[in-house]
Design a protein around this ligand. Structure first.
Ligand code: 13P
Length: 253
């Protein structure tokens, strides 16, 4: 079975102390993950080492960065490179979140560079794609997300792209309380898998976890994750509340 993943994205929330307490509360629930299940915590940079050490004795729990820079190193004040993340033992990094695309002008070409730097540093990208409301209303979401994959990922050889995690996050459902219906989620996840299969092969497409992100909550996770092509979630708001994220982890297939 391909990997099923509950990924928390704390974004720019929580103090260090509150973050540590949240992790403790989640880990205290003692949810044993099966070999195909992962729980990943994408936390602010200053909390990465703490998070990594909190989860290091837990099977299949990992810390992730929320971003890395698209250049290898150099005079980029305030930025963090993939190599730096690797040097503190980080194995996952969110790449191309819609908030970074919107507020930091990240383009598909820059994201291709970030993805390459992640692979060079043994970091698995959690690559985000997804359409804004206007595109959904126009009905052109499929070609929009296909272009995001093509321009940022399809230069990768099969053995690399097989390792990636994709998160489909409809921008109109992020932080709005509006969730895609299970039919909408299944339909576009299936479409993304078809696009990957056409470019690579069915077996590559079958191996790649595709997470749904956009108002995943404790009370809708089970239904969303039950879709055959939805392999878990990338969760914002509900990942900040221990009881809610615990239920979301438990909802994994
Ligand atoms: P919400 O779960 O708060 O809608 O956020 C989704 C998201 O952006 C996760 O990366």
């Amino acid at each position: 079975m391909r990997k099923q993943i509950a990924a928390a994205n704390w974004k720019m929330n929580l103090t260090y102390q509150n973050g540590e307490k949240l992790l403790d509360d989640i880990l205290d629930a003692n949810i044993k993950l099966s070999s195909h299940q992962l729980a990943i915590f994408a936390v602010p940079y200053p909390y990465l080492i703490m998070t990594r050490s909190e989860v290091e004795d837990e099977k299949n729990y990992y810390a992730a960065a929320q971003n890395c820079h698209h250049k290898r190193s150099g005079a980029y004040t305030g930025e963090v490179s993939a190599d730096m993340l690797h040097s503190i033992g980080i194995n996952y990094c969110v790449v191309g979140h819609s908030e970074r695309r919107e507020y930091n002008g990240e383009t598909n070409a820059m994201l291709a560079d970030k993805v390459n730097l992640c692979y060079e540093n043994n970091i698995i990208p959690v690559f985000c794609c997804g359409e804004p409301l206007a595109i959904r209303e126009e009905g052109t979401q499929n070609s929009y997300v296909a272009a995001q994959l093509r321009e940022s990922l399809f230069h990768l050889p099969a053995e690399k792209i097989k390792e990636i995690i994709i998160a489909y996050e409809p921008i109109w459902a992020i932080g709005t309380g509006k969730t895609a219906t299970t039919e909408q989620a299944q339909e576009i996840h299936h479409f993304l898998r078809t696009v990957i299969a056409d470019q690579y092969s069915e077996s590559v497409a079958d191996d790649i976890p595709i997470l749904y992100g956009g108002s995943v909550k404790a009370n809708n996770a089970k239904e969303l994750f039950s879709c055959p092509d939805v392999d878990g979630g990338l969760v914002g708001g509900a990942s900040l509340v221990a009881e809610d994220f615990i239920e979301i982890i438990k909802a994994l297939k």
